[in-house]
Design a protein around this ligand. Structure first.
Ligand code: ADP
Ligand code: MG
Length: 703
């Protein structure tokens, strides 16, 4: 860091430095999160008003905002209705016509003193029609006789509690004229030129005070050079940080596997199906990574059932062909078991050894397993967190496969990787994320997407069910049960207390038992059950000992019970789209035609209805994720998944995706330059990067 200039202190100066900001206003600004001059400089207008042009009164159009000069004809307070309400009316005219100005809120004395017949005023406001006549409610008025001095584009700031538009505007203008010059630009000039951007100081200036010759339409869309520059700048540093993290891993020593085909080919022959195009493409991407001398760090996104596991198995075989071991990590015992079945089946066929390690593995079993693992007799180990324990040692761990990565932290990923010599890492997730978001969330991982389901699947039929259709619903469920299928009933969590949750769960279960009758066996899964008991209930359901399952708690993502053909989701509108999609993925895994029934309550909101409609309309996780993002915006969409990522000052992930792509491309290219971390010309850039990322960068080497 020493090589950089010290950060400019004036931009860091508190807002109390500004004229007119006393201690009370300063407190107010602080509460709005505005502390420094810089904070204010980057508080950009949300829109603009075009005050460059004046029209004649006759040309003012209803429904549009207009600006004009005129002379006051009359001004008076008038009573409306039976005289209890009052308003102030002013009639203004020019040589083309006249118009009425109206105020409902005003200070009478002040109005009387200022709105004098004969006086010339300048007016701005939106024209409306009221009983056949044009009028403007609460216009902005300036008392001046000389006209055109103030023609310009006026910035409108986000209205912030307790601050008037005028105040905020005046502070911003002050800050811009005194301080904007000091904003340094560290993005290389070549990039600015290539992307047609402005130096940062000019960009800030132009956002607050757009030049009079601006294209107003483009300005209003936020697509002018100035704003584009600021958006780009924000994305650029984010992507640069991610790219460096990525490079950090890439530059690490890794191992270059070779393709031996000894096990992969026999597997391909043994599989009862052919890989889909998407699976082949992703496998190709994985192979390139595994053959390179740097560690792989790749995320596979793919809908439930898209065939991620087979792809992971192929990757494991490549490692095994090279004499290395693989580890598969799953978030719960039941998922680990499920994976183990699949892996074990194929590995055994190929004459390879695999084992399962969870919290339930008995001591003697564990002892023996650890022994074999250390000696290299085990080719692949599947397990839960239990695999992370210190005494679990591999002979030579070459590939780490992690399922449902959002449950595992970066640290746990690291912990597992440390058990090998620079192993490759493959992360799998069944929670699709729109591209703009994955670029910001997982920009440090390479991304593979399986966007195709294996052929021959009959998509799950989704229907919204209203309350009055309850009897039909129960009848339908009975039919399915009679065919030997199994059914899920899912209820939203009751959040008030654990006790009421239990109560609600028990009530729901009882009423279903009543409705369905004694001939079917039901199980109850609720939040107060111990993890072990939950798994026991799931096991019973999986083994077919239960016909239906009532759940008021999360059913594991990825649970595979092919015989379950119906998913009933009660109060469906209370679930988010991602959750609904995940739940629906629990059915449609076998040969039977499957159904997802979304029970909509009568109190369902408009947004809730929209969500359910989206579910009815699509089975594609990516389509649903995009709609979800649009409906809720990035902040809510990500929720707890990654707090802080939506904290862009200027940029908006939904609106500015195109700029994100450009910034990413440029950042990646720059980060790959061999001298990026050392060249003096990038010192300012590196410094800004460090400031923006703070400790999150975790790159001691940036300086
Ligand atoms: P995911 O892990 O993505 O949810 P899986 O790998 O578990 O999906 O695959 C789901 C089911 O589809 C498995 O039974 C698997 O054997 C099968 N499958 C995988 N790939 C194909 C394919 N290309 N064609 C047909 N079936 C496939
Ligand atoms: Mg799976």
């Amino acid at each position: 860091m020493n090589s950089c200039e010290t950060p400019s202190t004036t931009l860091n100066a508190p807002l109390s430095e500004l004229r007119g900001v006393g201690s009370r206003l300063y407190e107010k600004l602080l509460r709005l999160g505005l502390r420094t001059i810089e904070d204010l400089l980057f508080t950009l207008p949300i829109r603009y008003e075009d005050r460059r042009h004046f029209t004649s009164i006759s040309q003012l159009k209803p429904g549009e905002s207009g600006q004009f000069h005129g002379q006051i004809l009359s001004a008076d307070e008038v009573a409306v209705g039976r005289g209890r309400k009052k308003l102030y009316e002013v009639v203004v005219s020019d040589n083309s016509g006249q118009i009425l100005l109206k105020w409902f809120h005003y200070r009478r004395e002040w109005m009387k003193k200022n709105y004098l017949p004969g006086r010339n005023i300048q007016v701005y406001g939106e024209v409306k029609i009221f009983s056949g006549h044009r009028e403007i409610l609460h216009p902005e008025v300036e008392f001046r006789t000389t006209g055109n001095s103030d023609q310009r584009i006026l910035p409108i700031y986000p209205l912030t509690e307790g601050l008037s538009q005028k105040q905020l505007r005046s502070f911003c203008q002050q800050a811009v004229s005194q301080y904007a010059d000091q904003i340094p630009t560290h993005i290389p000039a070549a990039l600015l030129e290539k992307r047609h951007l402005l130096p940062l100081n000019e960009a800030v200036l132009h956002c607050h005070c757009p030049p009079n010759n601006s294209d107003f339409g483009i300005l209003q869309q936020g697509r002018d050079r100035a704003r584009t520059t600021l958006i780009y700048d924000e994305f650029f540093y984010l992507q640069l940080g991610l790219a460096l993290r990525h490079r950090g891993v890439q530059l690490e020593q890794g191992r270059a596997f070779t393709l031996e085909h000894r096990f992969t080919q026999p597997l391909a022959k043994a599989l009862p199906f052919r890989l889909t195009h998407a699976q082949k493409r992703v496998l190709g991407e994985i192979k390139l990574d595994m053959l390179s001398p740097h560690p792989m760090n790749r995320l596979i996104q793919g809908d439930v059932g898209s065939g991620k596991t087979i792809v992971a198995l192929m990757a494991a075989l490549i490692a095994i062909e090279n004499g290395a071991q693989s580890a598969v990590l799953a978030p719960t015992e039941i998922l680990a078991e499920q994976h183990f079945h699949q892996f074990h089946h194929w590995l055994t066929l190929l004459g390879l050894n695999s084992a399962l390690l969870t919290g339930s593995t008995t001591k003697p079993e564990r002892q023996e397993l650890l022994q074999q693992l250390k000696q290299g007799d085990l080719h692949l180990l599947v397990g839960t967190h239990a695999v992370l324990q210190n005494d679990v040692e591999f002979h030579d761990l070459g590939l780490v496969i992690i399922d449902e990565q959002h449950r595992f932290g970066v640290q746990q990923r690291q912990q597992l990787r440390k058990k090998g010599r620079h192993p490759d890492t493959l992360v799998m997730t069944a929670t699709p994320i729109p591209r703009t978001l994955s670029l910001t969330l997982y920009g440090d991982l390479s991304m593979s997407i399986i966007d195709e389901l294996p052929p021959g699947r009959t998509p799950v039929t989704t229907r919204i069910v209203r309350k009055h259709q309850r009897d039909q619903l129960i009848e339908f469920v009975k039919q399915q049960l009679d065919k030997g299928h199994q059914v899920y009933f899912v209820y939203p969590l009751v959040e008030q207390s654990e006790h009421s949750d239990l109560q609600a769960a028990t009530d729901a279960f009882k009423s279903l038992q009543n409705a369905l009758g004694d001939s079917y066996r039901g199980g109850l899964l609720h939040g107060r059950l111990h993890a072990r008991d939950k798994e026991a209930v799931m096991q019973l359901f999986k083994q077919g000992e239960l016909d239906y399952l009532v759940a008021t708690t999360v059913i594991e993502v990825g649970i595979d019970i092919p015989n379950a053909s119906v998913m009933v989701i009660e109060h469906a509108e209370r679930f988010g789209l991602a959750q609904l999609h995940q739940l629906r993925g629990r059915v449609g895994r076998g040969a039977a035609k499957s159904y997802c029934l979304l029970v909509q309550s009568d109190q369902c909101s408009e947004e809730g209805r929209k969500r359910l409609k989206i579910m009815e309309g699509s089975n594609d996780g990516f389509v649903i994720a995009e709609s979800d993002l649009e409906l809720r915006g990035p902040g809510e969409f990500l929720g707890t998944r990654q707090a802080g990522i939506e904290n862009f000052r200027v940029a908006n992930l939904l609106h500015d995706a195109d700029i994100l792509e450009l910034a990413r491309e440029d950042a990646l290219e720059l980060a790959l330059q061999a001298d990026f971390l050392t060249a003096p010309c990038y010192a300012g850039l590196r410094h800004t990067l460090q400031q923006r990322w703070g400790t999150r960068l975790e790159l001691a080497s940036v300086g």
